[in-house]
Ligand binder design. Structure first.
Ligand code: SF4
Ligand code: SF4
Length: 214
């Protein structure tokens, strides 16, 4: 993955009409059952020998965090924490790529309460797209309990647009983070933050570099 290929992907997405995604979304028969399955930690995904990422380690953009803060009145740290599964050690400093939604003691998203998402209207872009992702060959569908039902056109069109916007934003964010980190970015040395680590970390999120506690 390099900046030129990411720019090419962005260009491709910009010229994709989101309505072309609608047939696949409709075919899946998706209608969210609000079961909260995707908000809980159901399994871990092995990224490298060093990194196992919980299924609900949900990466969010700074703009997602600001939107949730504005709607809920919560602080940045109440919404998100550094992505402890995307870290690098740089001598005695820990560098982190981006933010994830906070989870509670049961490892569920802190916003999933009483059987529903309590920030539904301002939920992160990635949650608006779930269970759909843009793969190399088109739409991919993750595990979801809301598939195989009666899908509606308007909802499918909304998801198609959300997917296109999310993909472009994600790729732009990758480029900015690569530019921010420069030579320090070495995917081969990526790791999960050691459990007992209590020092500060530096979070690179494509907008700014923040020093904070993990
Ligand atoms: S997107 Fe799917 S898994 Fe997530 S809450 Fe809706 S039905 Fe459940
Ligand atoms: S923000 Fe809402 S939809 Fe997203 S993981 Fe949390 S509870 Fe689920």
């Amino acid at each position: 993955m390099n900046i030129t290929s990411l720019r090419r992907k962005i260009e491709r997405q910009v010229h994709t009409n989101s309505s072309s995604l609608v047939p696949d979304i409709l075919k899946s028969g998706f209608s969210c059952a609000r079961c909260g399955w995707c908000c809980r930690r159901n399994f871990d995904i092995k990224i490298t020998d060093e990194i196992s990422r919980p299924s609900n380690a949900i990466s969010i953009f700074p703009s997602d965090i600001r939107r949730i803060m504005k709607t809920t009145g919560l602080t940045w740290n109440e919404v998100a924490k550094p992505d402890i599964y995307s870290c690098f050690s740089d001598e005695d400093t820990i560098l982190v790529i981006g933010w994830i939604l906070n989870r509670n003691d049961l490892n569920t998203c802190v916003f999933y309460k009483n059987g529903g998402c309590t920030i539904y209207s301002c939920r992160p872009m990635i949650c608006r797209c779930y269970p759909f992702f843009m793969g190399e060959e088109g739409i991919e569908i993750m595990h979801c309990r809301g598939l195989g039902k009666e899908a509606d056109n308007e909802n499918a069109a909304e998801i198609g647009l959300a997917l296109k916007r999310f993909e472009i934003k994600k790729l732009q964010s990758y480029i900015r983070i690569m530019e921010q980190m420069g030579d320090k970015l070495n995917i081969a040395t990526m790791m999960t933050l050691p459990e007992k680590y209590s020092g500060d970390v530096f979070v690179f999120d494509g907008e700014s570099i923040s020093m904070c506690k993990p």
